[in-house]
Design a protein around this ligand. Structure first.
Ligand code: XMP
Length: 529
């Protein structure tokens, strides 16, 4: 699908939010690295550009910059934060550094603002004139916005006018009506800027005159037609985990090619209570051709005596690939593999912070593509997770799957600390299903990103009846998050915690203590291993 808007990414943590906000308005957009060459960007024939924020400084020698040819392409442009500063610098305005130390080399030309104010967080913005996308605010004179900047624009480029000001940014929004170029120092894409979506919407439709062309539910028909064209014959395999991505991917492909799709669900013995039955119960009625492979003994045998988290993950990944391949080889003439790759996995990023380290080796079907020489079908590669959910609901996939919390590929193995044994898994499964039941009873399942039990490899003393106990501990972990990259611990209502803890101790043999994990990510991770 052709993007009407290209978002040039300069490394902001909010770039994906911009893309989602644009698509929410019914406009298809794509993200490209802010430093991409002009022909790469312009060959896509965008009708408008958005320049994201970012951590660098246009005053620094190594500050990221857009290819000048792109900025001169006479397209409507909207710069956000750092993106606005790029516009200011390119079109001849003045950007002033914050403090002397940060950009010493450039200060002679720009004049450092030693007494300057950096703005982080909420700020009050005053409108100087309601023009361009600000007309949409209907005469409102001030509003609250989310800021995060050190450098600021102190002089407009020729032809630009100040549209709004704030305490820390004398030119907090500017624009050139004739060239249809606007910039804002604040973040329109975050929900802390309540008017942000109105401003962005007005840029898309009133300034850039775009048309609505994006509706994820209708997009499903395009995907189905594409898959049918891509795989006119031969069989297709799909690893089904029971999660939302693999299920929606499978149902879409099934609509395209029917029983030529074979869905393989591997029971690795590390699933939550009832998970395998749920997959059968919910997915069989959708008509999917399901191959359920019980490989639990094989996984658990391979994991015997293993305590190192990374080693556990590697074993599970390897055995999964073996089992999946063996099952796929039983199916005749397999030519394609379905993967639930999402748009955030395929966005090329600008490298601002260098190489990231591997914290945990993730396991999912992705690892298969090097092993099996199959052609890939990735029906979700243009979609964000929330769009996948919209499509899933349209396909009548039950809410229980669509709203399911993320569950890691290595399953309960990374929540059963130390060596994994059958007994420990029984304990963990029981405690975990109590956490799930209580979260559902309190109607919190979709408020919380993930909530689960972790079985700790320690024993402590307790008293039950008149006897002394020496048993294991369950940690309850519940976090809120938007993408799993960062997370905050979730504070349950007291009565939910009380009921959960007392049920876990009363109903889980071998457990006499419950603790609550109150660590954020970072520095902790969501899973314990
Ligand atoms: P961490 O523990 O790194 O987890 O904070 C971040 C998110 O990723 C999930 N997770 C996985 N998902 N395969 C997956 O598909 C994996 O191997 C895996 N390990 C962790 C985790 O549940 C959380 O949502």
């Amino acid at each position: 699908m052709q993007a009407q808007v290209v978002i040039l990414d300069f490394g902001s943590q909010y770039t994906q939010l911009i893309a989602r906000a644009v698509r929410e308005q019914g406009v298809y957009c794509e993200i490209l690295p802010g430093t991409a060459a002009a022909d790469k960007v312009l060959s896509r024939n965008p009708k408008a550009l958005i320049l994201s924020g970012g951590p660098s400084s246009v005053l620094a020698a190594d500050g990221l910059f857009a290819d000048k040819q792109i900025l001169e392409a006479k397209l409507p442009m909207f710069g956000i934060c750092y993106g606005m500063q790029i516009l200011a610098k390119h079109f001849g305005g003045v950007v002033t550094g914050w403090g002397r130390a940060a950009h010493a080399a450039d200060e002679a030309q720009t004049g450092a603002d030693e007494s300057g104010i950096r703005e982080f967080g909420r700020a009050e913005v005053s409108l100087a004139s309601a023009e361009g996308p600000f007309k949409a605010l209907g005469g409102q004179k001030t509003f609250t916005a989310w800021m995060s900047h050190g450098d600021k624009i102190t002089q407009n480029p020729p032809g630009f006018r100040t549209i709004a000001t704030s305490e820390g940014a004398p030119i907090c929004a500017f624009g050139d009506e004739a060239r249809k170029i606007y910039g804002v120092q604040f973040h329109v894409e975050v929900h802390h800027t309540p008017q942000g979506k109105e401003i962005l919407k007005s840029f898309l439709f009133d300034v850039a005159k775009l048309e609505k062309d994006w509706n994820p539910a209708q997009f499903a028909d395009t995907v189905i037609a594409d898959v049918r064209a891509k795989a006119p014959q031969g069989n297709v395999v799909c690893g089904l985990s029971g999660g939302v991505d693999s299920t929606v991917a499978a149902v879409l492909v099934h609509k395209a090619i029917g029983s030529r799709l074979h869905c393989i669900f591997v029971d690795n013995g590390l699933l939550r209570e009832g998970e395998r039955d749920d997959v059968e119960k919910f997915l069989k009625p959708l008509g999917l051709n399901l191959h359920i492979v019980d490989a639990s003994r094989r996984f658990l045998d391979e994991l015997k005596g293993v305590t190192n988290p990374e080693q556990k993950r590697k074993i599970i990944g390897r055995v999964f690939i073996d089992v999946f391949e063996e099952e796929a080889q039983r199916i005749e003439a397999v030519e394609y593999l379905v993967q639930g790759t999402l748009y955030p996995d395929v966005i090329e990023s600008v490298s601002v912070v260098g190489q990231s380290v591997t914290i945990k080796s993730h396991h999912n079907v992705g690892g298969l593509k090097d092993v099996m020489k199959l052609k890939l079908i990735e029906p979700l590669r243009e979609l964000f997770k929330d769009e996948v959910r919209v499509i899933g609901r349209g396909l009548k996939i039950p809410d229980k799957i669509i709203d399911r919390q993320p569950f890691p590929g290595p399953g309960l193995a990374v929540r059963c600390l130390g060596e994994i044994t059958d007994d420990k898994l029984v304990r963990l499964r029981r405690a975990d299903s109590i956490v799930r039941e209580e979260v559902e009873r309190a109607d919190l399942a979709t408020v919380i990103w993930q909530s689960f039990a972790v079985l700790l490899p320690i024993q402590s003393v307790g008293v039950m009846g008149d006897g002394r106990t020496y048993e294991q501990t369950i940690a309850v972990r519940a976090v809120t998050s938007v993408d799993g990259m960062t997370a905050d611990w979730y504070m349950f209502p007291e009565e939910v915690l009380r009921r959960m803890a007392s049920r876990i101790i009363n109903e889980t043999p071998g457990v006499n203590r419950v603790v609550l994990d109150i660590s954020t990510k970072p520095p902790s991770t969501i899973e314990w291993e």
